[in-house]
Design a protein around this ligand. Structure first.
Ligand SMILES: Cc1cc2nc3c(=O)[nH]c(=O)nc-3n(C[C@H](O)[C@H](O)[C@H](O)COP(=O)(O)O)c2cc1C
Length: 176
């Protein structure tokens, strides 16, 4: 699989999504492939005012992430549930990317993460609509990692059914 990027979809300092992203990357390696992680905590603090609209392409720090997204062939979005959808910072990030080249004809997979029982289900539907609009094909299997705190021990997902779902998704994404 060429150039797989995993995007941790929040800039919340104590977020659990980056833990999921890093474990996902290890599972990709176990499956014999490579993956890199983009962590939205690495966004420049002022990017919403210095890298969008008339400033598109003008923020060098944002452009590092923008160029990595443009160069990727496949994406995995780790999607935390915030107020029944995905975090606004993820939409702002997408709004700063090159359109339509970043996503057109490419493949994406989504993993939902929530404190509650929905597992970011609605959030993943919302993000699917946006990625489809931007030209990306979205894999049907979208694991919902509910009650995420109870499924983690340190840097690892320890809920076996979640690992099973992620492994199945990775196999499907490789073939996608
Ligand atoms: C602004 C905000 C809104 C949230 N809204 C929801 C929600 O609607 N449903 C839910 O189950 N959890 C909600 N959560 C909790 C997150 O799903 C939880 O923190 C989970 O670990 C994933 O987010 P994280 O990567 O920031 O940790 C919210 C958290 C924040 C910071």
């Amino acid at each position: 699989m060429k150039n797989l990027l995993i995007i941790s979809g929040t800039n919340r300092p104590d977020a659990l999504s980056p833990v999921i992203a890093q474990h996902y990357a290890r599972l990709v390696v176990e499956a014999g492939q490579q993956a890199e992680v983009i962590d939205l905590r690495d966004l420049p603090a002022d990017f919403a005012f210095s890298a969008l609209y008339e400033n598109s392409g003008k923020n060098p720090d944002f452009n590092v992430l923008r160029d990595r997204m443009a160069a990727a062939d496949k994406f995995v979005f780790i999607v935390p549930e915030y107020n029944g959808s995905f975090p606004g910072v993820l939409k702002a990030f997408i709004d700063g990317l090159e359109f339509p080249a970043t996503f057109t004809g490419k493949k994406a997979a989504l993993v939902g993460v929530s404190a509650g029982l929905l597992g970011s289900s609605h959030a993943m539907s919302h993000l699917t609509d946006i990625l489809n609009y931007c030209g990306a094909h979205v894999l049907a299997r979208k694991p919902r990692l509910t009650k995420i705190s109870a499924a983690l021990a340190g840097d690892n997902i320890v809920e076996a059914s979640y690992i099973d779902q992620l492994r199945k998704q990775i196999a499907e994404l490789i073939a996608f």
